[in-house]
Design a protein around this ligand. Structure first.
Ligand SMILES: [Zn+2]
Length: 194
């Protein structure tokens, strides 16, 4: 069954789903986020996934459709129908698939701690990125910047890189962030406090 989810995610991007369910995009391909009271487009799309830089919502096409009010299974069925994917949703799993699912559950357990950190960290990184973005937008002259504002701006590209890697990075890149957890939390915390 999980493989059907995977195939669905591979064949339908979050942006495809967003377009299908009525969202419009600006020239950059960003959209007004439907998951919070958004005014200007805060939602970007990349590598098949979506992310709202204001409220921190993120995920793939199934997550996006689910957030419109459906359980994951129902969201996948909806995408299957709306995009004519012809996924064999109701067939029973083969032994290999069952084993693959079991292995994924084991991996998920091993990485549970990292995943929990990733969840809270992504939201914090989005907030820190926004703080830096605001500092940059309000900036008139570099020499008038207060220390904390300069710090915010200096770290902006790091926050973006970390958030991107947490969302889209390869397992190796994510493992690297896992090792750097302490430093990332520390710097993000500093900007959020400033
Ligand atoms: Zn949002």
């Amino acid at each position: 069954m999980s493989d059907v989810f995977r195939e669905c995610r591979e064949r339908v991007t979050a942006q495809d789903a967003a377009r299908r369910y009525g969202m419009r995009f600006d020239r950059r391909g960003w959209a007004v986020c439907p998951f919070h009271a958004d005014v200007r487009p805060s939602m970007s799309f990349r590598a098949g996934r979506f992310r709202c830089w204001a409220c921190g919502a993120s995920g793939d096409a199934v997550d996006f459709t689910g957030r419109l009010g459906l359980e994951p299974m129902a969201a996948m069925e909806r995408l299957n129908a709306d995009f004519a994917l012809s996924l064999p949703i109701r067939r029973t799993q083969t032994a290999a698939e069952t084993q693959a699912v079991r292995r994924r559950i084991e991996i998920a357990k091993e990485h549970k701690e990292f995943e929990e950190w990733r969840g809270t960290m992504t939201a914090k990184l989005c907030a820190a990125y926004q703080t830096a973005h605001t500092a940059l937008k309000n900036m008139e002259e570099w020499d008038k910047l207060t220390g904390p504002e300069a710090l915010d701006i200096r770290w902006q590209s790091c926050f973006e890189y970390w958030a991107d890697t947490l969302d889209y990075g390869s397992p190796e890149e994510q493992a690297q962030l896992d090792r750097e957890r302490g430093a990332i939390s520390q710097w993000t915390g500093k900007v959020l406090k400033s």
